[in-house]
Write a protein that binds this ligand. Sequence first.
Ligand code: NDP
Ligand code: 8X3
Length: 262
Amino acid sequence: MNSIRGKWALITGATSGFGHATAERFAQAGCNLIITGRRTEKLEAFEHVLNEKYGVKVLAYCFDVRNLNQCVEMANDLASREIVPDILVNNAGLASGKDKIHEGLIGDWEKMIDTNVKGLLYITRSILPMMVARNDGHVINIGSVAGHIVYPEGNVYNATKFAVKALNEAINLDLAGTNVRCCSIDPGAAETEFSKVRFHGDEDKAQKVYEGFKPLQAEDIADIIFYVATSPPHVNITNLVVYPTAQRSAYVLHREVKKEEE
Ligand code: NDP
Ligand code: 8X3
C-alpha cells in the first residue's frame, strides 16, 4: 500500500455523498484535505470536524465549480501556500431532472453540462499543471455507469458522464510519460443526496429510487477511491465500474416486492 498519510487530497463536492465520505476516509488515514462545495455552513462544520477528530490539516474553499475564476483563485491560493495536491478527486456533480429529451428543461441541461463537464475541466486545468510540473499526482474522476450505457430519460446526464469517460481516457493519454495517474470510478445506484437533487428536492420521488434493494452507500465508494489512491505508484487503475449487487446494468435491477403488495 502507498500511504497517503501527510499528503494533500483535493476533493470537490465534499458537503455530502461520495465526497463527504471520501474526505472522512482519507482523514482517517492521516491525509490532509482540501475540501470544496457551495454550502458554506456544511463545508465549514465539516472542516472543523475533520480537523478536530483526525488532527489533519484542512482547507475549505466554498465556491461553485461552474465559475472558472473561482477555480483558478483556489489553485492560486494553494500555490501561494506551496501546496500541490497529491490527489485530486473530481467528484462535484449532479443530475438535474429526468425527462424525455423533447420535454427537458434547458436550465437542467445547462446545470449538468456546466458542472459535470465544464466544472471538471476547470478544476483539472487549474490543478493538473502543478502535478505535471512536479511529475507526481493522481486524478480520480467520478464518472458513472451512466457514462457507459444510456437509459430512457437519462439523455443529458448520460451525455455528461460519457464526456467524463472520454476526458478520463484523454487525460491518461496526454499524461503518458509522466508519473501522474488518472482513474475514473463509475458507480451504479448509490444512496446519497443525488436523487433528491435530481428530482428538485422531491424526497418521496427520491426515496422510491432505492426501494426494494440495497443500493451502494457513500462509504462503499469512499473505500474504492481510497484503494485506488493508495495503490503503488507504478499501478495505474484507469477505470472501475461498480454496481450494487442487486443491479447488473441500467436495465437490470432486482427489487424485492414487499409482502403486503403481493
Ligand atoms: P450528492 O448530491 O450527495 O453530492 C454532490 C456533491 O457535489 C455535493 O457536495 C455538492 O455540494 C457538490 N456540487 C454539486 N454541484 C456543485 C457545483 N456546481 N459546485 C460545487 N460543488 C457542487 O451526490 P453524490 O455524492 O451521489 O454525487 C457525487 C458524484 O457522483 C456526482 O458527480 C454524481 O454524478 C456521481 N454519481 C452518483 C451516483 C449515485 O447514484 N449517487 C452514481 C454514479 C455517479 P454543494 O451542494 O454544497 O455545492
Ligand atoms: C448515477 C447512477 O444510474 O442514476 O450516476 O445514472 S444512475
